[in-house]
Write a protein that binds this ligand. Structure first.
Ligand SMILES: [Zn+2]
Ligand SMILES: [Zn+2]
Length: 344
């Protein structure tokens, strides 16, 4: 089969013939129809996080079941599916409770093993990790959920839970942040979006943000002013000490902060004095388990959520190596790139 492969960190990725993956017991092999290009793939390629070499990137996949392993009961060849970027083991207490997004034995195709920039990809624990796609959701739209849209959906529907009319502050308008703007508007929230980049703020406004605020020392005060006392829900979609602190400080009393951006540098100070005095809630959020996809897909199917608004361009597999390498400085607000394997 054809796949995008790199031999070493930073070495030019290329479309290469490689053996198709074997089907794991309890797992499935998917025929990939569309897959998103994510900055996380670029980080792995640059060696910022370890992956097995040589490596096939890709973790935002939609396709068709080609094979199922022994013991799989819910799926058969031909089923249209997508897969969360965090795959659970299927056997632990968290997976059994529907919370595979925090499985202690989680795997991630495209990081812990070969990914979906390929004609086929293997997924383990198929009964836990595959998600059925409604007929009305096409493969490019499903791949465009990626890690960003699914992460933002859980952040807002499981943790932030803005009611219609509530103010929602979104700190950082990259992939997760713009997804949060779109989802927040669909939920009826009034959105204030924050970013350093004027282009990203323009995108946020186009997607329905009522106010935009340039990131800076006065971000939290500006949001409290615009919202008449602070946001009810605020999400740090970027993941930095400054955005996390601003997200907490912009809340009104009894508000909820959701930390979606990864804080990879370790312990991060938050204004806990404000958390106590205002009775704020602090939530961490990590992806979206397969069990959490049906309400998201229902909102796609009925048209109330349109993730395709976040797609910048659709390319073939032949153009994927260049697209991966170009993720070093993705232009702010340019939208995501999706590889359509039906097009190449
Ligand atoms: Zn598990
Ligand atoms: Zn991703």
């Amino acid at each position: 089969m054809r796949a995008v492969v790199y031999e070493e960190y930073g070495a030019p990725p290329a479309v290469t013939e490689v053996p198709a993956p074997a089907c794991p017991p309890g797992g499935a092999v998917l025929e990939v129809r569309a897959t998103g290009v994510c900055r996380s793939d670029w980080h792995a390629w640059r060696g910022h996080e370890p992956v097995p070499l040589p490596h096939v990137p890709g973790h935002e996949v939609a396709g068709v079941v080609a094979e199922v392993g022994a013991g799989v009961t819910r799926w058969r060849p031909g089923d249209r599916v997508t897969v969360p970027f965090v795959c659970g083991c299927g056997a632990c207490e968290y997976c059994l409770a529907g919370d595979a997004q925090v499985c202690p034995h989680q795997t991630q195709p495209g990081f812990t093993g070969p990914g979906s920039f390929a004609e086929r990809v293997a997924v383990r624990a198929a009964d836990t990790n595959l998600v059925a796609l409604p007929d009305s959701v096409d493969f490019v739209a499903a791949a465009s959920l990626g890690c960003r849209f699914a992460t933002a959906f859980r952040a807002l529907t499981a943790h932030g839970r803005p009611a219609p009319g509530d103010w929602l502050a979104v700190h950082g308008c990259g992939g997760v942040g713009l997804s949060a703007v779109l989802i927040g508007v669909a939920l009826g929230a009034r959105v204030v979006a924050v970013d350093l980049s004027p282009a990203a703020l323009d995108r946020a406004r186009a997607l329905g943000a009522e106010h935009v605020v340039p990131a800076g020392a006065d971000t939290a005060a500006a949001i409290r002013e615009l919202t008449g006392g602070g946001a009810t829900v605020s999400i740090d979609a970027l993941g930095s000490p400054a955005t996390a602190a601003a997200s907490v400080r912009c809340l009104r009393r009894r508000g909820r902060h959701v930390q979606a951006g990864l804080l990879l540098d370790g312990p991060t100070p938050l204004p806990m004095d404000v958390v106590v005095a205002y009775e704020l809630a602090i939530h961490g959020t990590h992806g979206l388990a397969a069990a959490g996809y049906p309400p998201l897909l229902a909102m796609l199917a009925d048209g109330s959520l349109r993730p395709e608004l976040l797609v910048g361009r659709v390319i073939g597999l032949a153009d994927a190596p260049a697209a991966l390498a170009a993720m070093d400085h993705p232009p702010a607000g340019a939208g995501m790139t999706v590889i359509d394997l039906g097009a190449s």
